[in-house]
Structure formats: structure tokens, C-alpha cells
Design a protein around this ligand. Structure first.
Ligand code: SF4
Length: 416
């Protein structure tokens, strides 16, 4: 019998399973679904795995296509563009910079704590003493290493399967998210991992098998199979909104009389609303995606229907260029020559970005100085604009930006 590709209590599902004990029984037997982002991530993971296995740079596959299997049995192709190459190579370089014996896409198991449980770790380097374990995220929300259930599950499985070969004292757990320019690590003792396995993981699994385990909505709902239809999640989203009104009685009384609460929200209320917005946005998208799939499958959702949306941008058909040039050559104008007309039909020549130019001229020319080597001759030609001001919760690890009074009223560009 072939082993399934995933286990319900595999490392990537642990955050949801541990935090919402009801989700195990509530999703049991339901089919997996694909999202575009997850499929694209799978494509980049397979590029990383291949390049690491065969010790080849990701740029060698620029312009090629990667085929990913979907859960419905069909396939989808993803282009290896420069952004995918850069994301994959950053992870490869990061792992290659770590000491120890290399593990690539290694399956690990921890059935002593959860029956039959297994998962796959993206990359690890193992020495006696410290095991460096890294999870590659090809985009998505920022993820941090501290208390990360996925990394702890992978560390547990690594110890269980490979601990006999290494005198493991500590795990150096890390998330590498190149498209977010984010690498985050957390050092933890083997003792901590084993204690977590018994007091958190094993206990959560046992409680989740009992009668009526509790539903606990939270950020982990995002990857749950019933995220679009879960009543507990729907209730929590509505409560998140209503809870922001200090005087709930007024709000309810106002609603009963078909009146709205008067006044404006103060910054204290805004501070309470901000953390719940990602959950509300994610829930709205999940409801829309679920309804779209239902209507497309012929199951009515009220009187909703699917129509053709806004048309795409106009484009020339293949082969149009020759006919256009032929027509341009016949234009007679006393002020403009045929060559000038033809020039006007084309985009002006434009220098490509640093990544593409590096590819042609060679990376060393653009490298910054290191302890051993001076900077490349063209290093100073590259600048990196500062990141956009982004509003994040106070526990985010990045330092707060400081603004002068003149810029205080500029628009915030991004939210997380
Ligand atoms: S959607 Fe959220 S609350 Fe509902 S079962 Fe899934 S994880 Fe639990």
C-alpha cells in the first residue's frame, strides 16, 4: 500500500489541529482543495528540491515550466521566472551556508506521539550538538520561528528518525521567506522539543479524539478545509466586529430600533479593530470562494450566478507585427519619415533590472565587499529603495520606523 502524501497531523497542519481541537473531527474525510498560491509554492519547492539534489543553480531553469499535480488529478504549469529563481536560490544559498550533513526534502515521523503521523522537512543540516532545520515559504503572510508548531513537529520527527546518528542538544529552527525578504530563527533545546511533544502535541491529539472537542477560531482557520462554512468561525468574525463597541447594549438597542450608534471611533477602538481585520478579510474571501465553487458546480446559492467579468486588455494576435509594419511603410507624410513612424510603433529600448543584467554580465561584478573580497566593479550602480511603510502589530520583530512631523500625514502604503 502506498503511503498518503499528507497526514492530518503532519507538521504543516499542527498549528490548526493543536489550536482548534474540533478541526480534526470536523474535517475528517473531506477532500483537499488547491489554491493558486499553494500550487505556485509547490512548484518553487520542487525547483529547490531538484537544484539541491543535483547541485545546480536555479537560474539554469529560467524560462522553463514546472508541472504541478492538482488534487482533482489534473495538472497546472508554472513558469520559472526571475522571481521564482531568486526565491529558490535564496533558500538554497541559505541552507548551503549552514554547517553539517545535508538533508533535502526529508520525510520524518513521530507516531509515538500521534499515531501514524509523518511529514516532510524542506531542508536541514545536522552536526553533533546542533541541528539546523529550515522551512521554506515561497510568499504568503510573514511567519516567525518562535513556538512555530510546524518547525517543532519537524524537529521532533528529525530527532525520532535521525537522533541516533547525532548527539543532538539543540535545534536551530528557521523560516526562510525570500519573497518577503524575511529569515527568522529560534534556538531551542531538545528537552524543550520533547516536553512540547508530550505536554502539547500528544495531549492535543488525545483531546481532539474525545467527544465534542471545542471549536476555537483563530488565524489557523485560514488553511482549514471548512474555513468557508464553519459556523464557529462565522460567529467569531461577527463577534470580533461587535466586540469593538464598548457599549454593546447601546449598539444592540440601536439596532433593534433601526438606529446606528452615534459618534466616531477613537484610536483605542481602532487599535482593537486592527488585529481582527486579517481574520475578517480572510473569512470574506473564503465565503466568496466557497460560493463560487458551489454555483459553478450547479448547486444554487440564493440567486447568485456566474457572469463574464471585465474584459482583459486589448492585445494583437500572433503575427500582427508584419501586417502593421507593412501598413506603416505605406504611410506618406511630408513631416515624418517611414523610419520615424516605425520607431513610434515600438517601446523605447530600456535597460533590464539588476537580476537580468547580472545574469548577462556575471554576479561578481555587482557583489558588495566581504571580509575576503573587495566589492565588484559595478557594485555601486545598484541601490535598493527602502521598504514601504507598513502597519503591523507591536509584537512584530522589526523596529518601528520614525517619521518627522512633515511626513506624518503621508498615506500608509501597506498593511499586514
Ligand atoms: S474553520 Fe477554524 S474554528 Fe472552524 S473547524 Fe476550522 S480551525 Fe476550527
Amino acid at each position: 500500500m502506498t503511503e498518503a502524501a499528507h497526514h492530518a497531523w503532519g507538521p504543516s497542519s499542527l498549528k490548526q489541529k493543536i489550536n482548534c481541537l474540533a478541526s480534526d473531527q470536523a474535517t475528517r474525510g473531506l477532500p483537499d482543495t488547491d489554491t493558486e498560491a499553494a500550487l505556485s509554492g509547490t512548484a518553487t519547492h520542487s525547483l529547490v528540491e531538484f537544484c539541491r539534489e543535483h547541485d545546480v543553480p536555479a537560474k539554469d531553469y529560467l524560462g522553463k515550466k514546472i508541472t504541478v499535480n492538482k488534487v482533482d488529478g489534473s495538472t497546472q504549469e508554472f513558469l520559472v521566472d526571475q522571481a521564482r529563481v531568486d526565491s529558490a536560490q535564496t533558500f538554497i544559498d541559505h541552507i548551503n551556508g549552514l554547517p553539517g550533513i545535508d538533508f533535502n526534502e526529508q520525510r520524518v515521523r513521530y507516531p509515538e506521539w500521534v499515531p501514524g503521523a509523518f511529514g516532510t522537512l524542506d531542508g536541514a543540516r545536522a552536526n553533533d550538538g546542533v541541528v539546523y532545520l529550515r522551512d521554506f515559504k515561497d510568499g504568503g503572510m510573514l511567519v516567525f520561528a518562535k513556538d512555530n508548531e510546524q518547525l517543532l513537529g519537524q524537529a521532533l520527527g528529525f530527532y525520532r528518525d535521525w537522533g541516533h546518528l547525532f548527539e543532538i542538544e539543540e535545534f536551530d529552527l528557521g523560516i526562510v521567506q525570500p519573497r518577503r525578504d524575511h529569515i527568522d530563527t529560534w534556538r531551542v533545546s531538545l528537552e524543550y522539543v520533547l516536553n512540547w511533544a508530550t505536554t502539547v502535541l500528544k495531549l492535543a491529539y488525545e483531546r481532539a479524539q474525545g467527544p465534542s472537542p471545542p471549536f476555537t477560531p483563530g488565524e489557523w482557520c485560514t488553511f482549514c478545509k471548512i474555513r468557508g462554512t464553519c459556523a464557529a468561525r462565522a460567529q467569531s468574525v461577527f463577534e470580533d466586529v461587535v466586540d469593538q463597541f464598548d457599549d454593546l447594549d447601546d449598539a444592540v438597542a440601536g439596532a433593534a430600533q433601526k438606529k446606528f450608534v452615534a459618534g466616531v471611533l477613537g484610536n483605542e477602538q481602532i487599535a482593537k479593530i486592527l488585529p481582527v481585520i486579517p481574520n475578517i478579510k480572510a473569512w470574506c474571501s473564503d465565503i466568496q470562494r466557497y460560493a463560487f465553487a458551489e454555483v459553478r458546480s450547479g448547486r444554487p446559492v440564493g440567486d447568485y450566478k456566474i457572469v463574464e467579468g471585465k474584459l482583459g486588455d486589448r492585445a494583437f494576435i500572433p503575427g500582427a507585427e508584419a501586417k502593421i509594419l507593412e501598413t506603416a511603410a505605406k504611410i506618406e507624410s511630408p513631416d515624418t519619415s517611414v523610419d520615424e513612424v516605425i520607431d513610434m510603433l515600438y517601446e523605447p529600448r530600456k535597460l533590464k533590472g539588476p537580476a537580468q543584467v547580472e545574469k548577462v554580465l556575471g554576479k561578481p561584478l555587482f557583489k558588495p565587499a566581504t571580509e575576503k573580497k573587495p566589492a565588484g566593479a559595478l557594485h555601486e550602480l545598484i541601490v535598493r529603495p527602502p521598504g514601504k511603510p507598513t502597519l503591523v502589530p507591536g509584537d512584530d520583530g522589526r523596529p518601528a520606523m520614525v517619521f518627522d512631523a512633515a511626513s506624518a500625514f503621508e498615506e500608509v502604503d501597506d498593511f499586514e
